[in-house]
Write a protein that binds this ligand. Structure first.
Ligand code: 1CP
Length: 357
């Protein structure tokens, strides 16, 4: 374990992430980046090649904790996000999952009640044990390395987005099957959503009990739904999850990320009970700041492609976002995950810019 290689402001201003999520307009704002642990970092690629496949990495606590800590050591981010994947939940329920090299996740296609009945909530607790061990090790690692100013973020996919991958059998451009099922077989789809909602509550509660200080719900495909189905399958289950977790862990902070929600962002912010909302790349931060209750934090939303490009384009995009959100509770982040080709120096330049804001 290496000591921090530079002074990180995070450690002089501890837990700014939790303060911002609590509604404080901390400035300069806390920051972390979606997919901050990943293939753009040489130290990640080294661990990844030792682990074998991606699921093996997610279920090897020592290695998963190591890659979670790598971007904190390098950049002093204010948030460390558990290294895992949203598809580890269907995996833990016994649904089956593999990551095919170069083509992303592959799952059995869920088509009927029999497949829903096979999802095994009793299996969940044993299967997630290594992920919870990663959570404990990251908290310990942050303490051991003098990085405890950084808050640990646990996460899950929101039920709708997880259902997308289960019903399609993997990624998709249109998610036509899942949308057809939601309209055409509402009772069946509703039962799938109920099972996933309850399993997500169990999974996130276990992460909080193991030491996660904030939890993020990734609803990456929320934006493919009509407003009425958005209320039913994005807002309602997220509200159920937030209420159940807040009842058990009153101090826990929650971030919701309804990607591509568009004009539904305000309703999502007002009705789910999360503490903060993530803005995707296409969201105008000025309009989002008006749509979301003033005391509620927003997070985002630099285009990962501006980070890839670097230079003046990166500076200009980041300063526009900073100017738009100065004075309100805000967490600087990307609008979607870092792409693997991103030069690590571009991330370093962005961190300097946000710290100097
Ligand atoms: O080969 C590899 O190294 C695997 C690439 C990879 C990584 C690094 C995958 C496969 N997942 C992850 C990690 C991951 N995924 C994290 C870790 C923490 C961090 O942010 O650093 C998190 C939070 C996720 C969440 C995730 N997985 C989402 C939600 C966010 C988003 O990107 O929209 C989604 C949709 C997934 C599914 C997934 N997992 C992996 C891939 C390639 C995909 C996308 C598949 C698709 O295109 O639909």
């Amino acid at each position: 374990m290496s000591a921090p290689t530079q002074d990180h402001p995070t450690q002089d201003r501890p837990k700014t992430l939790l303060r911002a999520l609590g509604g404080e307009a901390v400035w300069p704002p806390p920051m972390w980046l979606m997919r901050q642990a990943g293939r753009y970092l040489p130290e990640y690629r080294a661990v990844r090649s030792r682990a074998g496949d991606f699921i093996a990495l997610c279920t090897a606590p020592e290695l998963a904790a190591e890659v979670t800590l790598q971007p904190i050591r390098r950049y002093g981010m204010d948030g460390a996000i558990l290294f895992s994947d949203i598809l580890m939940l269907p995996w833990a329920l016994g649904h089956g999952l593999r990551f095919a090299e170069g083509e992303g996740p592959v799952l059995p296609r869920l088509e009927d009640q029999t497949a829903i009945d096979r999802l095994d909530r009793d299996r969940l607790h044993g299967a997630i044990a290594p992920i919870l061990e990663t959570v404990r090790r990251v908290r310990q690692g942050l303490r051991d390395e003098g990085l405890e100013g950084t808050a640990l973020i646990g996460f899950a996919g929101a039920p709708f987005t997880v259902a997308c991958y289960m019903v399609e059998g993997g990624g998709s451009k249109e998610f036509a099957r899942v949308r057809a099922m939601a309209y055409g077989q509402p009772a069946l789809f509703g039962r799938l959503m109920d099972v996933l909602t309850e399993a997500t509550i169990d999974y996130l509660a276990a992460q909080a009990a193991a030491g996660a200080e904030a939890l993020m719900l990734f609803d990456s495909w929320a934006g493919v739904l009509s407003p009425s189905l958005f209320r039913r399958h994005v807002i309602a289950p997220s509200a159920r999850i937030a209420a159940a977790l807040k009842a058990r862990f009153p101090d826990l902070k929650m971030i919701g990320f309804p990607r591509l929600a568009g004009m539904m962002l305000g309703a999502y912010a007002a009705e789910t009970g999360v503490d903060a909302v993530g803005m995707d790349t296409a969201t105008d931060p000025v309009l989002a700041a008006r749509a979301v209750p003033a005391r509620m934090a927003v997070q985002g939303n630099l285009d990962p492609m501006a980070l890839l490009a670097g230079g003046e384009a990166l500076r200009a995009e980041a300063s526009g976002i900073l100017a738009a959100l100065r004075g309100r509770p805000f967490v600087f982040n990307l609008g979607h995950g870092i792409v693997p080709q991103t030069p690590p120096e571009h991330v370093a330049a962005l961190v300097r810019q946000v710290r100097d804001a």
